[in-house]
Design a protein around this ligand. Sequence first.
Ligand code: 26Q
Length: 804
Amino acid sequence: MKPMDVETFKEVYKKRFEDVYAIQYHMGSTLEQFQVLGQVLRGYYTDYWIENNQEKIDNQDKQVYYFSMEFLPGRQLKTYLLNLDVYDTVKTGLTDLGLDFDKIVEAEVDPALGNGGLGRLASCFMDSMASTHVYGNGCGIRYQYGLFKQKFIDGYQIELPENWLRNPNPWEVRKESKSVIVRFGGNVWLEEQKDGKLKPKYEHTFDVLAVPYDTPQIGYRNGVVNNLRLFSAEIPYDEESKYITSEQRQEVNSITEVLYPDDSNYEGRLLRLKQEYFLSSAGIQTIVRYFKNLKLPWTRFPEKVAIHINDTHPTLCIPELMRILLDEEDLTWEQAWNISKKTFSYTNHTILQEAMERWPVYMIESLIPRIAQIIYEINARHIRNKTELYGSELAYKTAPIQDDQVLMANLAIISSHSVNGVAKLHTEILERYTLSDFKTIYPFRFNNKTNGVTHRRWVQLANEPLSQLLDKTIGEEWRFQPKEMRLLRSYIDDESVLDQLQQVKLTNKKRFAKFVSEQMNIEIDPHAMFDVQIKRLHAYKRQLLQVMHIIDRYLQLRDNPEAKLAKRVFVFGAKAAPSYYYAKQIIKLINALADLVNNDPRINDMIKIVFVENYSVSLAELIIPAADLSEQISLAGKEASGTSNMKLMANGALTIATLDGANVEISNLVGPDDIFLFGMKADEVQVLRDSHAYNARDIYERDPQIQRILNSLIDGTIPGIKSEGIDIFNSLVTDNDEYFLLKDYHSFYQAQMKVDINYANKKSWTQKSLINIAQSGKFSADYTILRYASDIWNVAPETEVLQQ
Ligand code: 26Q
């Protein structure tokens, strides 16, 4: 990498500051200081970026395009500094100049262009692709407003707009000259050409300009700079655009105005469909333009391009590529179909039926008529071919069009060469149940790719004290090769290392405690156990199960302040979809319980509840290193993978978990002594549900412990709640407890008591924590990406530094 020394950096920084703001650098605001640092850094990395873009054209290496409606990158500054190997130089330089490095870092906005797991995964993958030499290009939407800002008012969630682009974003580059037109609506018909071929003709279409904004994705000290391309919808600036009405102007702008805030509940809104086609069409046109520059025959397209679709949201990429190949490039259906199938691959992220995308045919027909025709043709051919081979029942059951709806998963599966789940258990459930009909027809199409997380962001940057301890103890190789963290295992009986590990945790807990004190006015004891559940609020994730456990402890402590229970701080971070009424009631319940518990002198500060407002990537970076216990308590069979489980593990938290998603793999890696398992297994849940024998009211009536907890929801014990208590009570008792909380409660409670006992023994707890850290390297997204690269995308990165 290019050298940069502290003195040169300081000179360049000062000069740039004065040029831009015409004041001395120390007179600037933190935001101005950040902006200038951004510019200086950009000046430093653009050479690499240009070089990489040129190499891409010269070498003609196969490109991967990762399409996702969501990216959740978090702040970029520290990642750039780390990966460019100038972190210490810049930090020292700024400190020498009398500036506050940490404050400058915090001045960057955290782009919230995603809801949760799926978006964050996309960003971990962008980081890992660059770091493992995979030529990966992210394709997404530059929403003007990201996921809403969450506020609590009187304990209720209020949503405020997240205007993340208020200040200039120093990393993005607007590439107006690379814009493309996306066509909506109008009429389309096929007209015979002179050569006898049919060509579609369009009239009265509504044209939107897709303007790309590029952000570099810099690899870890390897000179690779990939690209994240986000498209923004604008009015085309030709002569005719002068006559556009203000309604039309508004219609264009609305396409990329705001991210849909639902993460596990599909709602068939026209605007969402517009967003999906907008991304698909803009991205595919860009790829086609790139490929045409290579001047190769179309049959070689799949050799040069792999297109991955992150869940079904960008599935319209498939008929869009077909459209271009058929209509604009004059390929036959068979040629186009073969090329498409070899090019596309699809990841499924959910088993929840309510999250599956189904678009009414009439919507697709009126919004994108030519695409509708292509989907009809895919459907007709599928039924014809598969009926011949497997009979009509299977053919119809797997068809993309059913009951006048387009089932996006079906379309994605039949048109791709690879379908993967995101954890072993999840893939098994897909193959055996959810998608078993497809498994019959395409037995080799399915594969598993367990999710991963980037250790650069989640350990190296978020947890500097731990990173230093690792360097000192096992050397620095783990930074390139996260599996090397396993070397830590041999220090399991090293008192000094265990002591230092405890110190690291304490340091991180103090940092979080300071934040909680300053921002929330709650004093928490850094020696208490920090028990953390951070994820979207959803019934299947069972935040309510943890609430039941807290109420249980609270009531016990109120009866007997001397009860033998560990002192705990319960940390929650969770946003609810604005329309998800039940989830919002649970938020109110947690806040009301926090009010009660945090201020009740009778329990001697043995419990504190900290529900952080507006949970985000940046807050995760603060909370995760401070966690002792990681709550992964979804109903078995519902959480596709989970990724906070991996991040928490890597930071030395112990996991309390059901055997769901990637928890199964965590459990296998650490062994039964170093994880707290409880609850029904996925197959037991299935059996119980199918038997229709579950009776929650019965449990409530017979079980005094559960009865007491649930009664506290309706008898005034928690003064802050109103109708919420009754509704939540009813969801469990009257509506038969859809997610089996009452069934799993005792097992959960037992596991929590075991946690208490284990926590009392500091040394053995720290040993368990050490094992968790040591084993977490296996979940590096670098390895996940290498498996996508070799098994799905068929690209062979230069991996001299990274072995799987
Ligand atoms: C779909 C249609 C209309 C509007 C919104 C949506 C939509 C948006 C986001 C549907 C789903 C999502 C997000 C899903 C998600 O985050 N799933 C999580 O993905 C993680 C990464 O694989 C897994 O670890 C989690 O288990 C899974 O819940």
